[in-house]
Design a protein around this ligand. Structure first.
Ligand code: DQA
Length: 148
């Protein structure tokens, strides 16, 4: 199946961005690991990081047509603000898991609200870069239960 991983704003800075909160792994390292695991599991991998809301919306719209079966998304700050990205995922009707490196529930109150969680297959947060790996394993299990 075709998997799409989306990374929101400022995640291009991983490795140097508040490492005490987000860890020292770079986005390139995380992405390479996810790609290797996805391909080893016999699936196809695509990913995109953007600081621009409309770029992420456009990519989700494109996913409707390109055969994407499952999405992992770390909306980053858009988690707490973006009705547009939420609506794009609803329109695409592609199942997704919401991922965060940190645990937003243990942070400032404005991070306790997510526009994505109530429609997600599940949410993985608080495990640093491992959050993505756990979410990927959950995506494989979901795809195995629902063959394309
Ligand atoms: C984040 C948590 C968000 O609150 C924050 O705005 C981010 C990263 C995370 O992965 O922990 O940019 O999504």
């Amino acid at each position: 199946a075709q998997l799409l991983v989306l990374h929101g704003p400022n995640l291009n800075l991983l490795g140097t961005r508040e490492p005490e909160v987000y860890g020292r792994a770079t986005l390139e390292e995380i992405d390479a690991d996810l790609r290797a695991r996805t391909e080893a599991a016999g699936h196809r991998y695509a990913s995109l990081q953007s600081n621009a809301e409309h770029v992420l919306v456009d990519r989700v719209q494109a996913a409707r047509a390109d055969g994407t079966a499952f999405i992992l998304i770390n909306p980053a700050a858009f988690t707490h603000t973006s009705v547009a990205l939420r609506d794009a995922l609803a329109a695409a009707a592609i199942p997704y898991i919401e991922v965060h490196l940190s645990n937003p529930h243990a942070r400032e109150p404005f991070r306790h609200v997510s526009y994505f969680s109530d429609r997600a297959v599940g949410v993985v947060c608080g495990f640093g870069a491992d959050s993505y790996r756990y979410a990927l394993d959950a995506a494989f299990a979901h795809l195995a239960r629902k063959p394309a």
